[in-house]
Design a protein around this ligand. Structure first.
Ligand SMILES: Cc1cc2nc3c(=O)[nH]c(=O)nc-3n(C[C@H](O)[C@H](O)[C@H](O)COP(=O)(O)OP(=O)(O)OC[C@H]3O[C@@H](n4cnc5c(N)ncnc54)[C@H](O)[C@@H]3O)c2cc1C
Length: 251
């Protein structure tokens, strides 16, 4: 009977080198802290800086913002595999969540000015990002969100709540989906980059979960937060369509 090889052929030498780098990062900076982070319900902020030093954040983001500029998901997959190998999936979601969910929104929709302000410091590991779509009353059905961002001159006034937000407790900037036009259905949803030191923002957590203990999952509250219009990500009213296309691209 002919033997069947189970060796994977999708990786080349540069992927193998990258895997070595990731494996040593995980052994040195992740494994020793697994119990402590599970107990705390979140990773340490320093993890992002250590990952950044090795170029593990923003792998596919443009080099001009400090990213790797490599459009090859095999690198992202290696990162996921090496974290899963030591049972650090929850920890990994902080890093892979940034690479595969948050950064793609900024790269696809952000202006150069916005990306200098928000994407570059995240890639450098100096700040932490999150994305907030889910609400206490809606998850899968994004078109049913009730958080509002009322246009008022040069600002949007943001009011509502979000839940189950990954890296929500650590986040310095949150991409928030909110209704800028209450009468336009899914065409009335926009995305705003909300800095978490703005007055009216608060959060609670990390939420206790049955698994993914080290993953910081939070509730966010917005009480008349005045967000400058310059924080609009993409076009006003284009949030629902952006989520549909960007999430599909990064999935
Ligand atoms: C660990 C964790 C981290 C998360 N991180 C984030 C985050 O960073 N940002 C964020 O915005 N959200 C986050 N979420 C929330 C997540 O996106 C939602 O849980 C998800 O969208 C599902 O929403 P829901 O929980 O309200 O379930 P529901 O939408 O109520 O769905 C419940 C069940 O019904 C099914 N269902 C729903 N609608 C239909 C339909 N039309 N037809 C058939 N079946 C249907 C679903 O598949 C699911 O099985 C996180 C959740 C978890 C558990």
């Amino acid at each position: 009977m002919a033997s069947v090889s189970l060796a994977r052929t999708i990786f080349d030498e540069s992927h193998d080198d990258f895997r070595e780098t990731v494996r040593s990062f995980v052994e040195r900076h992740v494994v020793p802290h697994l119990d402590e982070w599970a107990e705390a319900g979140r990773v340490d902020r320093g993890l992002f800086r250590e990952a950044a030093e090795l170029g593990l954040l923003g792998i596919s983001a443009p080099e001009r913002f400090g990213g790797g500029g490599v459009d090859d998901f095999r690198y992202n997959a290696i990162l996921i595999e090496e974290l899963a190998r030591v049972g650090a999936t929850a920890v990994g979601m902080s890093i892979t969540g940034f690479n595969d969910l948050i950064a793609p929104y900024l790269v696809a929709l952000g202006t150069d000015e916005q990306n200098e302000r928000w994407l570059a410091p995240m890639i450098a590991g100096d700040t932490v990002g999150a994305i907030a779509l889910t609400e206490p009353g809606t998850g899968s059905d994004l078109a049913a969100i009730t958080t509002t961002a009322r246009p008022e001159g040069d600002h949007f006034v943001l009011t509502g709540a979000k839940t189950f937000i990954s890296t929500g407790m650590l986040a310095d900037v949150v991409i928030v989906a909110a209704r800028t036009d209450p009468d336009a259905g899914r065409g009335g949803i926009s995305l705003l980059c909300v800095e978490t030191d703005l007055p009216g923002f608060s959060r609670s957590g990390p939420l206790k979960k049955v698994g993914l203990k080290a993953q910081d999952t939070a509730e966010l509250f917005f009480d008349e937060v005045r967000v400058p219009r310059s924080a609009l990500l993409g076009v006003e009213g284009g949030g629902w369509a952006s989520c549909a296309t960007t999430s599909r691209r990064s999935a």
